[in-house]
Design a protein around this ligand. Structure first.
Ligand code: ATP
Ligand code: MG
Length: 278
């Protein structure tokens, strides 16, 4: 064992005292084997993370270099072209910046380093404010937005408002990015389900192919249709799931290609008669 051979089981033989020692050694062997396997899995995971990060960060850098060279070579020979090139460079740099921020935030989430400030919150007030903000974002793009509160009575949820806002901002951003471009409609619904409230965000966008659905909340996952259509790093939903689970809630998706997608979040609620304030 001390030379690293953890494969062969320790056979019990001899006096009872020796057997006891062998039994303990066998437990130790199994534990060591388990922790070694875990370590290998973590290493493998880290390697995958590093290779996908380098790939995803390289894409905007390659394109920035291309446009800078275009400017240096004089390919962009009119002030309009030069401006266009510079605008693209600035956009790609912004994209890189967001990717790095998301990445740092995601790894902090994974290491449990994000401090949550949970406060009792009225879900109706919380959502109506967010929906009003989103109305502006959607208005610019010609996307209609409906908001409906179906709660039968008022209640409280205990959330970190800034983090939950981050989750919903990504869902709104996705509804905007993966729209069809005609008669786009987003509906936000708040409803009861036993001891939970459910927030549904339904769009009439391009939808998600069924084979992609199981991977949607994995970090860096982007469906093929999204890669060509919109910018992003594929971290938004991984971050969303982690935050929702840190609230002991759940998040799921239903989608139909070319028809639309609905994301739902369930959070535990408390009755309103027990007035809560932080
Ligand atoms: N409302 C939606 N309609 C269609 N496809 C969606 C929708 N929301 C998410 N997707 C698919 O799920 C993938 C993962 O979404 P996610 O929010 O994690 O990443 P992203 O939007 O591509 O990038 P990021 O959020 O990091 O900017 C998207 O790339 C897209 O393929
Ligand atoms: Mg997103």
């Amino acid at each position: 064992m001390s030379e690293g051979n953890l494969k062969d089981p320790i056979v019990e033989q001899g006096d009872e005292e020796i057997r006891q020692l062998q039994r303990s050694m066998e437990v130790l062997r199994l534990k060591l084997q388990e922790s070694l396997a875990m370590r290998e899995k973590i290493d493998e995971n880290r390697q995958m993370l590093v290779s996908s990060i380098s790939h995803d960060l390289k894409t905007p850098i390659t394109s920035i270099r291309g446009y800078v060279e275009g400017l240096l070579d004089g390919v962009a020979d009119t002030p309009e072209k030069q401006r266009k090139y510079l605008e693209t460079i600035s956009r790609k740099a912004g994209q890189l910046d967001k990717m790095i921020d998301d990445l740092v935030f995601y790894s902090r989430l994974e290491l449990d380093q994000v401090p949550y400030h949970f406060v009792w919150t009225d879900p109706v007030l919380f959502l109506s404010e967010l929906v009003e903000d989103a109305r502006e974002l959607f208005g610019h793009e010609g996307i209609a937005l409906d908001w409906e509160n179906q709660l039968k009575e008022s209640c409280w949820i205990r959330i970190d408002r800034a983090q939950m806002q981050r989750v919903l901002a990504n869902l709104f951003d996705n509804a905007r990015k993966y729209r069809k471009g005609h008669q786009d409609h987003v509906t936000v619904t708040l409803r009861d389900k036993q001891e939970h409230i459910i927030i549904d965000i339904a769009d009439t966008g391009i939808g998600i192919p069924p084979e992609s659905l199981p991977y949607l909340f994995d970090r860096f996952f982007r469906a093929d249709s999204a890669r060509s259509k919109a910018e992003g790093s594929g971290l938004g939903l991984a971050i969303a799931r982690q935050i929702v689970e840190d609230h002991k809630g759940s998040i799921w998706v239903r989608s139909k290609e070319q028809a639309g997608t609905t994301f739902s979040i369930a959070l535990k609620k408390e009755a309103a008669w027990e007035h809560k304030e932080d």
